[in-house]
Design a protein around this ligand. Structure first.
Ligand code: AMP
Length: 399
């Protein structure tokens, strides 16, 4: 069974084709700058080198048409025609409280996703557009939706409610939803395998540290709490997002800087975080280099980042009443030994101890702990696309 996975953003689109017999990636690629100058498609078949198409891509319809051309091309393709693709799995950011698992896309599901636009105005519209365009261009194929929020639907009410009047929860859906659920779920399953135990008997703290970042507290394979909330703005300091703030700062800034609600939301999502603190970049590679050369702002940004992750790990260890393993994943969690070291080195009091030699590793599954550590520290590269492909296979196999 061949499955196409689509992750559609506002101006970008990532895709992968899996052969589910052995879960091999046959092809993958991305389209960037959709609707903007300089748009292109980068496509790769297997381990071959990238095939680049630089052309105006005015909208998602043109983008998906180009993807289909690349996948069916004699030179770079992996299928003769799209009828060889049995199903398409779509990443969707927000399902509100409606779905706790992945689902087959139906008109009712599409309606539910539209109702969630108010909760995720930046993310759900391009996700919905991707599904609509793919359904038009591939009408004979089944489509499934896999939600970032679904895994966190197991959070208890005392963790997901804010201390706001109940009516705000009921009228507007204001509660914590959590995101990166597909990633937290994948590394939870892999951690159980690596530790040789069932997820049911484990308490885990999973740290998804990428451009967007979140920590989750997992007990018995279920999400009990997570640092992102009503939107992906809450929690850790991120590339360009502020993370946690005293909420009174927001009206204060709005008044001082004459910002509208939309402007302040954009500001907190796009003009804050590591980029604003370091004043060099949102990319940790650049910030780490600048700090190594003595740049004070970059050093402070990194100290603040590590400190915030550590606080969440400590809080979640308390929330779970102990922890068996801490997992690092995503761009930074997988590739920066410094981040893992700086987060863990102050956690010796709770039995965390990583081996510096083992920690000098990037992007592969490793237990980084010393033999005597009470809490294991695992590096597990995430694979959200594989989870989407597996869920899609399961869903189309059961209809
Ligand atoms: P993601 O959103 O998971 O793709 O993560 C992207 C982020 O990971 C980038 O913005 C970088 O800050 C970080 N990153 C990727 N590779 C490295 C590396 N080799 N060293 C430090 N940070 C990295």
């Amino acid at each position: 069974m061949k499955i196409l996975v689509i992750n559609c953003g506002s101006s970008s689109l990532k895709y992968q084709v899996f052969d589910m017999a052995k879960e091999d990636v046959l092809a993958k690629g991305l389209v960037e700058k959709i609707g903007l100058p300089g748009s292109f498609l980068k496509h790769r078949r297997g381990e071959e080198s990238n095939h680049l198409v630089e052309t105006p891509i005015k909208d998602h319809e043109v983008a998906i048409t180009l993807v289909i051309e690349a996948l069916t091309s004699g030179e770079h393709g992996v299928v003769k025609d799209m009828s060889e693709i049995e199903a398409v799995g779509h990443r969707v950011v927000h399902a509100g409280e409606k779905y706790a698992t992945s689902v087959l896309i139906t008109p009712e599901v599409m309606q539910a996703l539209r109702e969630c636009i108010a909760l995720a105005p930046l993310h759900n519209p391009p996700n919905i557009m991707g599904i609509e365009v793919c359904s038009r261009l591939m009408p004979a194929v089944k489509h499934a939706a896999v939600f970032d929020t679904a895994f966190h639907q197991t959070m208890p009410e005392y963790a997901y409610r804010y201390a706001l009047p109940q009516t705000y929860y009921e009228k507007y859906g204001i509660r914590r939803y959590g995101f990166h659920g597909t990633s937290h779920r994948y590394v939870t399953e892999r951690a159980a395998v690596l530790l040789g135990k069932s997820a049911d008997e484990l308490k885990l703290i999973t740290c998804h540290l990428g451009n967007g970042a979140s920590v989750a507290a997992i007990s018995g394979g279920k999400s009990m709490d997570t640092s992102m909330g009503f939107t992906p703005l809450e929690g850790l300091i991120m590339g360009t997002r502020s993370g946690d703030l005293d909420p009174a700062i927001i009206p204060f800034i709005m008044e001082k800087e004459q910002m509208s609600p939309e402007q302040v939301n954009n500001f907190l999502n796009k003009s804050c975080g590591m980029n604003a603190l370091s004043e060099v970049s949102s990319d940790f590679r650049v910030i780490e280099d600048a700090a190594a050369q003595g740049d004070h702002k970059s050093k402070l940004a990194l100290e603040m980042y590590y400190y915030r992750v550590r606080k969440y790990v400590g809080a979640y260890a308390a929330a779970l009443g102990g922890v068996d393993a801490i997992v690092f994943t995503a761009g930074l969690g997988e590739n920066s030994p410094e981040v893992r070291d700086e987060v863990c080195k102050h956690l010796g009091f709770m039995g965390v101890e990583i081996d510096p030699a083992k920690n000098r590793v990037r992007g592969k599954e490793v237990d980084l702990s010393t033999a005597s550590a009470k809490v294991r520290v695992l590096l597990i590269p995430t694979n959200e696309e594989l989870v989407i492909a597996r869920d899609t296979k399961f869903i189309v196999g059961s209809v």
